[in-house]
Structures are given as C-alpha cells and as structure tokens.
Ligand binder design. Structure first.
Ligand code: SF4
Length: 254
C-alpha cells in the first residue's frame, strides 16, 4: 500500500511527529479535556498539516476534545478553491465552515504597499469572532519554528522590538485562547507531511503572496544561512530560550 492509500484508509503520523506535537501540547498546556478547538484552515500546507495532526491527536491520544475548522475567504479576484478545501476537511473528518468576506475591496481602497498587516489582523478577527459565536474556546494556528524565527527577525527589523509569538495566548477581549501546536516543527517537516497526508496544497489566490515582508525576511535568512550554517540555528536558539520560559508542565512521555 503506498503512502496516499494509507492516508486515505486511516489517519497516521510518524512517531517522531506525534512526539513533537504531544511535547508542545503538554509543555504549554495547549489542549485539555472538554476543549473545543477551532483550526484556521487556509488550504495551505501548514494549516492542512495542523488539522490532520490534531485529528490524529484526537483519535489516538487520551485527550477528549472537539475539533472544527474555518476558512476566511478574503474575496480576491481569483476564486478560492472551495471544493478542494471542503474535500480535505471531509477526508480528515473535521467539521468545516467558510466565512465569506469582501475584504479585498478594503485592501484595494487602502492601497498600501504591503497589505499583510491589515489582512492578517482582519482574518484573525474573523476567526476569533467565529470561534466565539460557535462555542470554541481555543483557536489553533499553524505557525511552526521557521515562522517563529522569521517573526523574531521581522519584529526586530520593522518594529524595533524583540520577541516572537507565544505558543499560547489568552485573548482577554474575545475570551478565546490562541494556541500554536506546531511550534516544535520545522517547515521542512511540515513540507514532508504532504506525502503521508496525501494532500496537494490549495493555491493561494492572493496577488501579494510573493512580495511580503515575511517573504523578504525568509530569503534573507536563507541566503545568510548559506554563508554561515549557524545563522538559522542561532535564531532558533533565541526562540527556544523564550519558549523555555513558557513551559507549564515537563511531562515524561517524550
Ligand atoms: S499574503 Fe495576501 S492573504 Fe496573506 S496576509 Fe498578505 S495580503 Fe493577506
């Protein structure tokens, strides 16, 4: 049986992937029994893997929680592949909804060089509102270690601040808790998960996708790392030192 057939027959992940996921969930207290967790699913590889991984956790680990997913359609001129998104959510067995918006009209009116800050804020607000309205107490985002490193550098270069996002953040206004269970995964590991998930990422219809600050910082890290292999490792060490301060429970399962 090839990997795609295995993925279609039953949800599975390599043991090393399970261990990384469980490590983050337990260390940072990300999911508890009776939680209702909403995944923000864009159709890309990261959020597809997050949804798949949390479904594996739900099916094979001793946590009793509910899982759902939502996709925010920004209303770009090229349409979102809704059937592709729905098909993946159905195959994984996670209830899914769309929030349809006309945010692209606002993006055009604002005519900023990079609309990403506003767009990201808007999408997060939509997901948080959906969570609140539908009884979800946690929202899971698919940020991994490479994202954390890029955010660290972006904050330093563009905002004059240190630090990156946290694996768990309580939002006082909405009462929702944001969790990032993929924090110990590298982007390469997420990329490799496409094989055992049997999934082709849904193309992002956003016309700005290749010209973002994040894309520039990603390229910068890549080129510096090619000159000196310690660059990425050093940045990761800074992120990991920050993560150590967030640990709430050191379990013995990994
Ligand atoms: S790349 Fe496009 S979809 Fe993503 S945050 Fe920027 S504007 Fe929004």
């Amino acid at each position: 049986m090839n990997l795609e057939e295995r993925a279609l027959r039953g949800m599975h992940m390599p043991k090393a992937y399970h261990n990384k996921l469980i490590k983050a969930v337990m260390q940072f207290g990300l999911i508890q029994d009776s939680d209702k967790v909403l995944v923000g699913f864009s159709g890309g590889k990261d959020s597809a893997f997050l949804m798949y991984a949390l479904k594996c956790l739900k099916d094979h680990f001793t946590l009793d929680f509910e899982l759902g997913s939502v996709t925010v359609d920004i209303g770009f001129e090229a349409p979102l592949d809704e059937p592709g998104i729905t098909a993946f959510a159905e195959r994984v067995g996670v209830p899914h909804s769309f929030v349809r918006t006309r945010a692209y009209e606002t993006i055009k009116e604002r005519s900023e060089e990079s609309p990403c800050a506003w767009c990201s804020y808007f999408r997060r607000a939509c997901v948080n509102s959906f969570a609140k309205e539908n009884g979800y107490n946690k929202v899971a985002y698919a940020h991994h270690m490479d994202d954390a490193v890029e955010t660290l550098l972006m904050n330093m270069l563009y905002s004059g601040k240190g630090g990156t996002f946290l694996p768990r953040t309580e939002l006082s206004r909405s009462g929702v808790t944001v969790i990032r269970p993929l924090i110990y995964f590298s982007e390469k590991e997420v990329q490799r998960s496409l094989r055992f998930m049997g999934f082709d990422p849904i193309p992002n219809p956003c016309p700005f996708e290749r010209d973002t600050c994040r894309a520039k910082v990603k390229e910068l890290i890549k080129s510096l790392d090619m000159e000196n292999r310690m660059v990425r490792r050093n940045l990761e060490a800074v992120v990991k030192a920050g993560l150590k301060e967030q640990v709430v429970s050191e379990g013995a399962i990994w």
